[in-house]
Design a protein around this ligand. Structure first.
Ligand code: AMP
Ligand code: MG
Length: 526
């Protein structure tokens, strides 16, 4: 591994946006029991040196806010009951950016990042405001007004992208895929200008930490090795590797701790990429500033779930060259890890040992994707020499026949050959693969000593019936936006919170895109 590309090469940064302190939210009091649980979170990490990490900034209130949703599961994480929360005008004010909790100072975090391969020396939370943490969960508002890092943008988020973020965060969590959580979604009739005039919304999301790969890149590129070290120690609290804590505080212990952290980030990122691939999820904007150091799915923009299978599918309309296509994701995950390794080079200064981190990623990805796909096809015990060609031919079939990804696995999990065949235009092509698959299934089940029924039950636990298809999200958005009707939103949220269940009567939402949605395009505009 070469020396990092930009160590110490601190280029001048453009001035901050004049929006610093622009927010004017009033202070509100909340019950002492909640207030005493509320800490500064990330802002507390470095005591007096916190300032370089975050910039104090108040939200800018918007008019006529109302709840669209609160996630009961996410509310529980911060010790709240969702039903009580939606009754509270104080919570409505705080979670919409209409008020700030007395004695708390919201802040925007700074970070840099590689966007489509190009290093941008400063990005930062342009429209995200951190409110501090409760029970170890950071609360972050998205769309509550501009911050010093907003550059020339408005600090807002539109209804459509906020609905997508809320639903998909909760969907990913229910699929067992690590993700930031969505606590609340609040809407307002205030106008927001994008390609057309839209309306505003604010999502409050939760994570143990919102630190990104790009946070490390920022301090590295500024030559601030001291602050990189603070960040490593801060993040290490979530990274339980089983390694012995360093005994002293010398450079050797920092190097050990950094390497330890990198190996764990490699494992988490590899596992996340394998889970995305297994679920047919495409993030769409895998820039290093959108990569969580904790291996969470972060920053929902033009994401998508695979409908008809195409390994080269590009879900982001703005990604002209397919840098972030479905099949590119595992490689991009590794490339991003390479950027993080570069950023942390100054704390380790041992290229050989850093290179081993990439080996950890490769080995972990190979192991995870194999386990995931074997579970999805219910072929855990099939000998390798039978497994590899069967799997290759399965994906060739999906690709050639453009078969619906989610429904293909679900049909196999239901033991329904007919449902599987019905997904393909060329039924004969399916039949020959299915015959081999049937033999393999029997073989694997007998090696595992489980019944055929048990095998299918296990498959249905890993092959969802419901994912957030773009057309479903679009239907929900149109109902809320055009008709003020939140019923489809609530229905879809329920399905996504239990995606492996059948939910009789709701099959419609499991279906491939209808004709009107064949060419729906989602872009970075949000
Ligand atoms: P994203 O593509 O959402 O990950 O955003 C990339 C960068 O642009 C981040 O630094 C965001 O904070 C910033 N950004 C995106 N949209 C806005 C907006 N409407 N107002 C302010 N900053 C924004
Ligand atoms: Mg982002």
């Amino acid at each position: 591994m070469n020396a990092p590309e930009f160590l110490g090469a601190a280029s001048p940064l453009p001035p901050l946006s004049p929006h610093a302190q622009a927010g004017s939210a009033p202070r509100v009091s909340i019950p002492q029991s909640i207030r005493s649980a509320w800490t500064g979170g990330f802002a507390d990490i470095a005591g007096d040196s916190a300032e370089p990490f975050c910039f104090p900034c108040d939200p800018t209130p918007i008019a006529d806010c109302q709840w669209l949703a609160v996630s009961p599961g996410a509310a529980q994480l911060i010790g709240q009951d969702a039903a009580a929360l939606v009754q509270s005008p104080e919570w409505l004010a705080v979670l919409s950016g209409g008020a700030v909790v007395d004695h708390m100072q919201p802040y925007a975090g700074v970070y840099a990042g590689h966007q489509f391969g190009v290093f941008v020396p400063r990005l930062g939370d342009g429209r995200a405001l951190n409110l501090g943490a409760i029970n170890g969960w950071e609360l972050q508002l998205k769309g509550a007004g501009p911050t010093p890092y907003a550059r020339f943008a408005d600090g807002r988020a539109v209804l459509r992208s906020s609905i997508r973020e809320f639903l998909c965060s909760e969907a990913m969590h229910s699929l067992g895929i690590p993700s930031t959580r969505a606590l609340s979604l609040i809407i307002s009739p205030s106008a927001v200008l994008r390609e057309t005039v839209e309306t505003a919304a604010v999502v409050c999301r939760l994570a143990p930490s919102f630190v990104r790969f790009g946070t490390f890149e920022y301090f590295s590129s500024r030559g601030r090795t001291d602050l990189l070290e603070v960040l490593v120690r801060h993040v290490a609290q979530w990274i339980a590797t089983g390694a012995k804590p360093p005994r002293n505080e010398g450079p050797e212990s920092v190097a050990v701790q950094t390497l330890d952290l990198l190996h764990e980030v490699a494992r988490r990122t590899a596992r996340l990429m394998a889970q995305w691939m297994g679920a047919g999820f495409m993030h769409g904007v895998m820039n290093t500033d959108n990569f969580s150091i904790l291996g969470l799915t972060l920053d929902y923009g033009p994401f998508g779930f695979m409908d008809g299978f195409d390994a080269g599918h590009i879900c982001n309309h703005s990604d002209h060259h397919g840098r972030y296509s479905y099949q590119a994701q595992p490689q991009v995950g590794m490339w991003n890890l390479g950027r993080l390794i570069n950023a942390l080079y100054p704390l380790v200064r041992d290229a050989d040992r850093l290179r081993e981190v990439l080996e950890t990623y490769k080995a972990c990805y190979a192991q995870e994707i194999d386990a995931i796909l074997r579970a999805k096809l219910g072929l855990q015990a099939l000998p390798q020499e039978e497994w590899s060609p069967l799997l290759d031919d399965f994906y060739t079939l999906l690709q050639r026949q453009h078969m619906d990804y989610t429904l293909s696995f679900r049909a196999l999990s239901n033991g329904s050959e007919q449902a599987f065949i019905d997904l393909a235009p060329d039924r004969e092509a399916c039949r020959s693969w299915l015959a081999r698959y049937g033999q393999a299934a029997k073989h694997s089940a007998s090696l595992q000593q489980i019944s055929g029924e048990e095998r299918l039950t296990r498959m249905r636990r890993v092959n969802p019936k419901y994912v957030l298809r773009n057309w479903v999200a679009e239907e929900v958005i149109r109902a809320v936006r055009d008709h003020g009707d939140s019923r489809p939103f609530e229905e879809v949220l329920k399905l996504l919170q239990a995606p492996f269940d059948e939910h009789p009567g709701y099959e419609l939402y499991a279906a491939p895109p209808p004709d009107w949605a064949e060419h729906l395009a989602v872009s970075c505009s949000s």
